[in-house]
Design a protein around this ligand. Structure first.
Ligand SMILES: NC(=O)c1ccc[n+]([C@@H]2O[C@H](COP(=O)([O-])OP(=O)(O)OC[C@H]3O[C@@H](n4cnc5c(N)ncnc54)[C@H](O)[C@@H]3O)[C@@H](O)[C@H]2O)c1
Length: 384
């Protein structure tokens, strides 16, 4: 199904995210332009798309020929060519606020008045970015996960002035490219999936700082409990710099409790960034680290789940999203077997609130204090 209102998409940026989004649009039947600032970047993006489409074709996953799909893409370095007849603009350029603002301003010169503008930002305020344009009602967040072709989740984020019509068009568009949209009704830092998981890291580093357990002891416990990867192993895999910047951003926008621990700060300063540099919490020079499962048992892995549940309930209390959508976001964005509300359903709400209070006191972190409707027990009604 191709949404009637949207016939042509313009994607800005041919990098990690941009080329994947272009590929999805072309495979779904949209005409799509891909703009980057240098011809070599556009060419690199086109090559990555062709390689991926060829692989999917060889596996028999596509009904159309590679050339038909590639033929829908217009690669360009010229912004006017990319944007002029687009019905939807997806910005996937570097995470620099002023660069994004300037780019949106420039797009205003060439875009049709009815074109919807979106940003794939992982962190920035959608309302703030929209202010660079004269179409705040036709501006929203469209947050894909990496790699876009494989990950099912797309968060559709409402800025302060985004119209319901814009939200609906984007939700339909996301479905039309074979992805699962989740409506984020308020523009909060981290949106849903990244936000819900953020307090878990605060607890992990608080445990290290207090000497409760070492990274390997924590990871052994998690792996023994059935997690495919340990928490510190995963941080190494993602990149400690990426994680550090994310937590720093949350410390500035949500609570100082997110201030990155000295432990990670020192590693980032030393250039020990994880798998990509060969060293982080583990030595990656010989591949994935071997974690000694006999070291399990120093922590209760449920505590890490409880702080996520707490953040999920806070988002529900703030009117950011429905419990169903929050569960979908965590399952599809973080490959979790169950969403936080699905887990909460199996627990005693009173005991969850009590344990969160204990964690807050033990680690001196206000963010672990139970969310309002956990404290009052009101959330139990929602779970039925
Ligand atoms: N990489 C991820 O895991 C991920 C996941 C979700 C969201 N995001 C967000 O997506 C956006 C892009 O991230 P990325 O990882 O693809 O970055 P990237 O560095 O891989 O790609 C960005 C591309 O944008 C190009 N660019 C710079 N200025 C431009 C302009 N004015 N017009 C067009 N192209 C321009 C760069 O040359 C580069 O090729 C960021 O906002 C990021 O936060 C990234």
């Amino acid at each position: 199904m191709v949404v009637n209102k949207i016939k042509k998409v313009a994607v800005l940026g041919a990098g990690t995210m941009g080329h994947g989004i272009v590929e999805l649009c072309a495979m779904a039947g949209y005409k799509v332009s891909m703009r980057d600032v240098k011809q070599e970047f556009v060419d690199r993006g086109m090559k990555m798309i062709r390689d991926s489409v060829e692989k999917l074709h060889a596996k028999g996953k596509l009904k159309e020929s590679v050339e038909t799909i590639m033929g829908r893409i217009t690669p360009t370095v010229d912004l006017a060519t990319a944007v002029k007849d687009a019905d939807l603009l997806v910005e996937a350029i570097p995470e620099i606020f002023s660069l994004k603002q300037e780019t949106f301003k420039e797009c205003e010169k060439y875009a049709k008045p009815e074109c919807i503008f979106t940003s794939n930002t992982s962190t920035m305020s959608i309302t703030g970015l929209a202010k660079a344009t004269k179409r705040e009602d036709k501006f929203a967040g469209l947050h894909f996960f990496n790699p876009p072709v494989l990950m099912q989740l797309v968060e559709v984020i409402r800025g302060e002035k985004t119209s319901e019509e814009t939200m609906k068009t984007l939700v339909d568009f996301v479905k039309s490219i074979g992805k699962v949209p989740v409506r984020v009704e308020k523009d909060v830092p981290g949106f849903i999936a990244n936000r819900v998981t953020a307090p878990r890291s605060v607890l992990l580093f608080a445990m290290l700082e207090k000497g409760v357990a070492t990274p390997e002891e924590i990871d052994a416990t998690l792996k023994k409990a059935g997690y495919p990867m340990g928490a510190f192993e995963l941080l190494d895999y993602v990149g400690l710099d990426v994680h550090y910047n994310g937590q720093k951003y949350y410390s500035e926008t949500i609570s100082p409790d997110f201030t990155p621990s000295k432990i990670i700060e020192e590693k980032v300063k030393k250039g020990e960034l994880g798998a990509k540099t060969g060293k982080g919490f583990y030595d990656w020079s010989k591949g994935r680290p071997q974690i000694d499962l006999s070291k399990a048992g120093k922590i209760d892995p449920l505590d890490l789940v409880l702080v996520e549940i707490n953040e999920a309930v806070k988002l529900y209390d703030m009117g950011v999203a429905t419990p169903q959508d929050i569960d979908v976001a965590l399952k599809l964005g973080y490959n979790r077997a169950k969403g936080p509300f699905e887990i909460l359903k199996e627990l005693d709400v009173k005991k969850v609130a009590q344990r969160l209070e204990e964690l807050s006191k033990t680690y001196n972190k206000k963010i672990f204090m139970p969310a309002e409707s956990l404290k009052t027990g009101k959330i139990a009604k929602v779970l039925k």
